[in-house]
Write a protein that binds this ligand. Structure first.
Ligand code: ASP
Length: 310
């Protein structure tokens, strides 16, 4: 039985020209660490849900990515985070949105899946649940990052008056959300996604990442998907479920389904971004229509890849 894992650290306008060698090295190292944490679990016969959660925790704990520590600022200067996870074995799922101060949002989404009778908890209710089950919390400062703060100032300015500036900010667009998908040795698929959302988003805004079927989906009969990109467009395209449905109802291969949704359907409405996907046979696809996507994969067939640009 094949097994494997793929992870992402966000998509967007990621140009080699705007990257230093040092920064690139940092990203590569962080991706590799998360990938190997997840893969080691699968290799030992662990579950895809465990592999996905552990890989995402590693990325959430890293300041480089827009999830957990290092999450972006919303228009009120706060970090409101979203996350979700899905188990392809029984289609159980958990999601949280608009949560603050929870150290690892993905773990809270898993707890919603496994320890509550609900699928989706938001805001204070989600935080209260996290406290009840003793998940770790952190101060606001823990999530702060000087670079993200600067991004927020630029975005605020752009929103205000300067159209030209707006264009420039858009040129810098980077969606640093994180995600993981995995197939374990027992043929079970899982997917998870975690994010701080988009810089300067309106407080209360929810993106695609916590929405089952939009940003995250897993079904043992088809595939596991985690998305990153301009959330509003991913919600409208129901991206993650659409790929699964094309495989289930139209018998498309994973590659064909990804191409249809990421390169055609999303592009047609200006939906910039990408996703990571693994099917029930362990085939992995990492498509994106943006300049770049932080991504990595490792499969029991010996293939390993860590990449940023096209
Ligand atoms: N999809 C996320 C959102 O819209 C952003 C990202 O992928 O970085 O919230």
């Amino acid at each position: 039985m094949n097994f494997g894992i793929a992870i992402h650290g966000g998509a967007g306008t990621i140009l080699r020209s705007s990257m230093t060698e040092e920064k690139e090295q940092q990203y590569t190292t962080a991706l590799k660490a998360a990938l190997h944490i997840g893969y080691a679990i699968l290799e030992k016969g662990g579950s895809s849900v465990d592999a996905v959660e552990s890989a995402i925790i590693s990325l959430e704990d890293c300041l480089l990515f827009n999830a957990g520590k290092g999450a972006v600022f919303n228009n009120k200067g706060a970090h409101e985070m979203d996350a979700s996870i899905m188990n392809g074995k029984d289609l159980s799922a958990g999601a949280v949105s608009l949560i603050k101060n929870v150290k690892n949002p993905v773990s809270l989404s898993r707890a919603v899946m496994e320890k509550s009778e609900h699928v989706f908890l938001c805001g204070e209710g989600a935080e209260e649940f996290a406290k009840k089950i003793n998940l770790p919390f952190e101060t606001d400062e823990y999530f702060d990052d000087a670079f993200r703060f600067e991004q927020w100032q630029q975005a605020k300015e752009a929103d205000g008056t300067f159209l030209d500036h707006n264009v420039q900010t858009q040129g810098d667009k980077k969606f640093g959300t994180v995600g993981a998908v995995a197939l374990d040795i027992n043929g079970n698929l899982a997917a998870g996604t975690s994010t701080g959302g988009m810089t300067n988003k309106k407080f209360g805004r929810v993106g695609d990442s916590p929405i089952i079927g939009a940003g995250t989906y897993a079904n043992n009969n088809t595939c596991a998907i985690s998305c990153t990109g301009h959330g509003e467009l991913f919600i409208r395209s129901v991206v993650a479920y659409d790929i699964s449905a094309l495989m289930e109802y139209k018998s498309l291969s994973l590659k064909e389904a990804c191409n249809e949704v990421v390169m055609k359907k999303l592009v047609a409405i200006g939906g910039e971004g990408g996703l990571i996907a693994i099917d029930k046979n362990g085939n992995i696809e990492l498509p994106f229509n943006s300049e770049g996507m932080y991504r990595a994969m490792k499969s029991s067939n010996g293939k390993e890849l860590i990449a940023i640009y096209k």
